[in-house]
Write a protein that binds this ligand. Structure first.
Ligand code: ASP
Length: 313
């Protein structure tokens, strides 16, 4: 069956993103980064590529952009290194792949896809996952590749404390900038992909929701594809991504109703700040968040592209 629509949604993180505090030059760069990533995935979908290819390529574009906390420009962990997490899932057969706590792989999302397609496993971590990346011929990079001056300064400010800081956060503010993309292709297939550096100064070994299938990422053609961003621990405790799908499947909720309930009620009840992007097989999408802003973009075939940062746009 050919889907009447193709669609793509993406995010570059959520948090205390206030117009009053935004540097206008930085805002231009953020919007351009979102737009450029949207173009990458859109172009693939328009020429008939799969949702899986489009979601992976969109996330790769965001990983390669140092503005976002994934791939190049990822945050520093407590030991001054980068440990990256990513996951990917296809909605037709619910195959999934994920990696956690990896260093040295240029595009963690491609490693997650390799785990899904070329291993018998769903999840691989640390040095074992890196060895697998080499076997798979994925591009490896030295630690310096991930360096970004801003992220380094953020870490220096708190490195001798027990604080775990959310990306870009100023004192009293919270910001997450994991990246994610969900695509719908012309065959009606949905795929979700997400990637992150986690949280600044996170303890070595800490893993958030991003690589956990069902928490930070999920896809099922019968319900929706979804990627989350925010404070990983409440998202894991709420199994947000799978719960969104379940609310649609078992309770008959629409995508919009289910997303609103989860993000504005269930998560907030346990101080789970952040948001999610999701779309269903009809091309309906949501960009739902419970904090001041979320870097986000969307495109549905036949409609104008949308790029937003703040709550009121
Ligand atoms: N959810 C991610 C984590 O907790 C952070 C983010 O969304 O930026 O690792």
């Amino acid at each position: 069956m050919t889907s009447p629509q193709t669609a793509l949604v993406l995010h570059g993180g959520a948090g205390t993103i206030l117009r009053s505090k935004m540097d206008p030059q930085k805002e231009i760069k953020y919007r351009a980064g979102l737009q450029a990533a949207l173009q990458v995935g859109r172009a693939l979908l328009e020429k008939g590529s799969s949702a899986l290819d489009a979601a992976e390529a969109t996330v790769k574009a965001l990983e390669d952009n140092p503005l976002y906390n994934a791939g190049k420009g990822a945050v520093y962990a407590g030991d001054g290194k980068h440990y990256l997490d990513a996951s990917i899932m296809r909605g037709d057969n619910r195959e999934a792949g994920s990696v956690a706590g990896i260093t040295g792989v240029k595009n963690p999302i491609s490693l997650a896809r390799s785990v899904m397609e070329n291993s018998r496993y769903v999840m691989m971590v640390g040095i074992g996952a890196e060895a697998f990346a080499k076997q798979q011929g994925l591009e490896m990079v030295p630690p310096a590749y991930f360096h970004d001056e801003l992220r380094y300064k953020q870490w220096l400010e708190i490195k001798d404390t027990t604080l775990t800081q959310l990306d870009h956060a100023h004192k009293g503010e919270k910001n997450w900038s994991t990246v994610g993309a969900v695509a719908l292709d012309q065959n009606g297939n949905i795929a979700s992909a997400t990637s992150t550096g986690g949280m600044t100064n996170k303890q070595f070994g800490r893993v958030g929701d991003t690589p956990i299938i069902g928490s930070g990422c999920y896809a099922n053609n019968l319900t929706c594809g979804v990627c989350c961003t925010g404070h990983g621990e409440p998202f894991m405790r709420s199994v947000v991504a799978y719960d969104l799908s379940c609310l649609m499947e078992y309770k008959g909720m629409s995508l919009a109703e289910a997303a609103r309930h989860l993000v504005q009620e269930k998560l907030l009840a346990i101080e789970g700040e952040g948001g999610l992007i999701a779309l269903d097989a009809e091309g309906n999408y949501v960009l739902e968040f419970n904090c001041e802003g979320m870097y986000r973009a969307a495109w549905v075939s036949g409609q104008e592209e949308y790029v937003g940062i703040y709550k009121d746009e």
